[in-house]
Design a protein. Structure first.
Lengths: 351, 445
């Protein structure tokens, strides 16, 4: 094991050189660039995990074109980061596969109607960037049936999708009230709907918005069925990113806030550019990209908010298009109204 | 990591392995150049180096401690003394020597870190071989292989078994009941192959001189003190984790080495500079660079991405999944350090179970240990692959690298292919055994 002097000198030289390379390499890395932003910029696409088929959130049209709130949010992120909302790759996924997909970095943002919970954020080591949709768990029941409230479901068979938080909420709610129930588990949302349509269960449980969409879009056998009033659990749905890339988290979070802020300021898809040119409000001008806009601190272009709104509209427009008045679902905004209208949507200041 | 960076990472790793296998470059230089290339391409930064150091599970500290202990004891002639005693026990029989060696290594490695054990036993093995007049390369390689195989004996025998076992909530005793038999069988396979691998030594019958007496130990009191330090270090390996202020094995190793150096300094036995100089820095450097390279490969996330494909391909046929995992991890471990590989495959397997909806999504988290008994064989397959796959090549496990480093320092360098002549037959036989064992577990559990 004895090294002679020459050998030692040789190794010391090599080690010093390696250390130098390490220092130089580190210095050359952009100080602000996180791995995800770097990857998105180099590949030119934002990859989003979305629902594998739920109208209003993410579903393909007959021509195979995907649309919905989740799709638009993904497009908004692409518009902010890449300046082009079409630079997205949508990855439709089952509920059970969503976290493996995110953790193995096959998607940059996970949407897929994912409920923000303490357990998920802490144990999966992820960050929820905010709340895109305030939802709650409820039940879809036949319109003419005897069930008028959750209490009427004692002893009933409930259809639900495996791998979601609904199973636990259901168990907790029923156990706390001493109510009995049986489960009819399905692999996917559509399978659960079909089981309900076939009468394999008394009620279908899920997020109230999804159930309302089922009632309004599923056709014979279900159309007109009722969603029971009230929630048995809160289901705040939001975009999720991996922990450890705070720069990317900040971007995704502020894209969401930008959509909300745009609605609050009355910035619409059609009028965004016009407003930017005409406004005398320095705050609004800066919001829409008049230098110095809000982009620099995020490592984005000054006019990123403008690009986002021009691409997908503000939050209210997105909601109306996919879930609200302009959609077949005709859902009420409910909790998803702006704070000033009695809802829960609130964006921190853009300054 | 961008697609280009992923491609560069795999290209660099492949180039390093190629240089090592063909001996175009010195192993350490090849690995160092690989790390340098990744750094220049912006793939590797100081965070990754810290991550690599963390994922190495303290291997370098363990080795450093073992190397210092072996070096400070060397001048006392204790190894010559023990070597002669061991030689007398063999009665000149190569067969006894080999079987005794495997038994001794297996016993020690069930509780002690593999590479450290190899470092500590190496001086004894080399002396016995010289006294028997046989090449020590074969026994040194077998020592490394036995040490890796013995890692299967207990939950703490190998970082891979510990990592997987902890992830599925296996206790020390539960491991003994379900997995240790697999480790014993793996060692029996190795013993059964000894006549084929080192037939010349196996058949050796040498008449030992009648007056063969162990060489007296120099500075017996000092040697006693140093052996006490060694015993303390080993004691800390075994119980340090349970102390109110836990001392993990790498820390115990550093503490042991520090105290040993203090003893040498206090006794004015020899300059500390000489002791530190003789530590095998090249092996430590090579291992660290390999940890960094493997860290970069794992960072690509490629392994984890197979989970969806596994569900699509194999559905819920978990017996087939177990074989795929065993073979995949086994083959991967031949060139990739098993700790980061097993960590990646652990996530892959957990993801597979979640996506296949065989367990709830909470199973992806670190705190979930309520795994159904029926799925244990898949994790057992990972342990077999991770622990035994590394036997195949010189870079498959730290103990192999250390063993090769010691042989080189003694003037008998081992080429990549020479190591494979011993390692590949053993690995193949042990992985076949592992497959059968795992399938038997499916029937029993």
């Amino acid at each position: 094991m004895v090294m002679d002097r020459r050998c030692r000198i040789r190794w010391a030289t090599v080690a010093l050189w390696a250390a130098l390379v390490a220092v130089v390499g580190e210095g050359a890395r952009p100080a602000l660039a996180g791995d995800t932003l770097e990857r998105v910029r180099s590949t030119g696409v934002v990859r989003c995990g979305v629902h594998n088929g739920l109208v209003g959130f993410a579903a393909p049209s007959e021509e195979g074109r995907w649309s919905g709130m989740e799709v638009d949010f993904c497009r908004a992120v692409a518009a902010a980061v890449l300046g082009n909302a079409d630079k997205t790759v949508l990855v439709p996924t089952l509920a059970s596969a969503r976290f493996p997909l995110l953790k193995s970095r096959q998607v940059d943002v996970l949407l897929r109607r994912t409920t923000w919970t303490l357990g998920r954020e802490a144990a999966f080591e992820v960050h929820f960037a905010g709340i895109l949709f305030y939802d709650g768990q409820s039940f879809l029941v036949p319109r003419e049936g005897p069930v008028r409230a959750v209490e009427d479901l004692d002893g009933a068979t409930i259809c639900l999708v495996k791998g979601t938080t609904h199973e636990r909420h259901l168990a907790d709610h029923f156990r706390a009230r001493g109510m009995a129930y049986r489960l009819a588990m399905a692999d996917s949302h559509s399978a659960a709907v079909e089981a309900y349509r076939r009468g394999e269960c008394t009620a279908l449980t899920g997020d109230a918005s999804a159930l309302a969409l089922v009632a309004s879009t599923s056709g014979p056998g279900i159309a007109g069925d009722r969603v029971l009033p009230g929630f048995i659990a809160k289901e705040p749905l939001g975009p999720v990113v991996n922990r450890g890339d705070e720069e990317w988290l900040t971007i995704v979070r502020w894209v969401l806030f930008a959509l909300i802020e745009a609605e609050e300021r009355g910035v619409t898809r059609e009028r965004a550019r016009e407003l930017r040119a005409a406004t005398r409000d320095p705050g609004l001008a800066a919001f829409l990209g008049e230098p110095p806009g809000p982009g620099k601190s995020l490592g984005l272009a000054d006019d990123w908010v403008l690009r986002v709104v021009e691409s997908v509209g503000n939050y209210g427009e997105i909601f109306a298009r996919h879930l609200g008045a302009e959609s077949p679902a005709h859902l009420e905004r409910g909790l998803n109204r702006l704070w000033r209208d009695g809802g829960l949507l609130y964006a921190p200041p853009f300054r | 990591m961008t697609e280009l960076q992923q491609t560069v990472t795999f290209a660099v790793f492949a180039a390093v392995v190629l240089c090592i296998t063909t001996s175009w470059l010195d192993m350490a230089v090849a690995a160092l150049l690989g790390v340098s290339a990744l750094t220049l391409f912006g793939i590797f930064d100081h965070q990754d180096i810290l991550e690599a150091a963390r994922n190495s599970d303290g291997s370098l500290a363990l080795l450093f401690g073992g190397m210092v202990m072996a070096r400070v004891l060397e001048p006392t002639k204790i190894f010559d003394h023990l070597g002669t005693r061991f030689l007398r026990l063999t009665k000149g029989s190569g067969k006894r020597f080999l079987l005794g060696l495997v038994a001794l290594v297996s016993t020690l490695c069930a509780f002690l870190p593999n590479a450290t054990t190899v470092v500590l036993l190496a001086p004894v093995i080399v002396r016995i071989c010289r006294q028997l007049g046989v090449d020590f390369v074969g026994p040194m390689v077998l020592t490394a292989i036995a040490s890796n195989s013995a890692g299967m004996l207990t939950l703490v025998g190998d970082p891979a078994t510990f990592m997987v076992g902890s992830a599925v909530g296996l206790s020390f005793n539960r491991y003994l009941l379900t997995m240790s038999l697999g480790g014993i069988l793996a060692l029996l396979v190795l013993m059964a192959l000894l006549p084929l691998l080192v037939g010349e030594i196996w058949r050796l019958r040498r008449e030992l001189p009648g007056d063969l007496v162990p060489e007296p130990v120099r500075w017996p009191r000092l040697c006693g003190v140093l052996l006490s330090v060694l015993a303390g270090m080993i004691g800390l390996f075994l119980v340090g984790d349970g102390l109110p202020n836990p001392i993990v094995p790498p820390a115990a190793s550093i503490i042991g080495a520090s105290v040993a150096l203090l003893v040498v300094h206090g006794a004015r036995m020899e300059p500390i500079t000489d002791v530190v100089r003789d530590v095998d820095w090249k092996t430590l450097l090579f291992l660290f660079c390999m940890f960094c390279l493997v860290q970069a490969v794992v960072k690509t996330g490629l392994v984890e991405r197979f989970s969806t494909s596994m569900v699509e391909t194999f559905g819920t046929r978990i017996a087939v999944v177990a074989i795929v995992v065993l073979v995949g991890v086994g083959v991967g471990s031949t060139i990739i350090a098993n700790i980061p590989l097993v960590a990646a495959v652990l996530f892959l397997v957990k993801s597979y179970f979640v996506i296949a909806e065989l367990v709830p999504e909470e199973a992806l988290t670190r705190s979930f240990i309520a795994w159904p008994e029926a799925y244990l064989p898949v994790f057992a397959a990972m342990m077999f692959g991770g622990t035994l796959g590394g036997n195949a090549t010189v870079i498959g496990a730290s103990a192999n690298v250390v063993s090769a480093g010691i042989c080189a320092a003694q003037g008998r360098p081992i080429s990549f292919f020479r190591f494979m002549r011993y390692g590949v037959p053993v690995t193949l036989a042990q992985l076949v055994l592992g497959t059968l064992y795992v399938q038997a577990m499916f029937l029993i559990l």
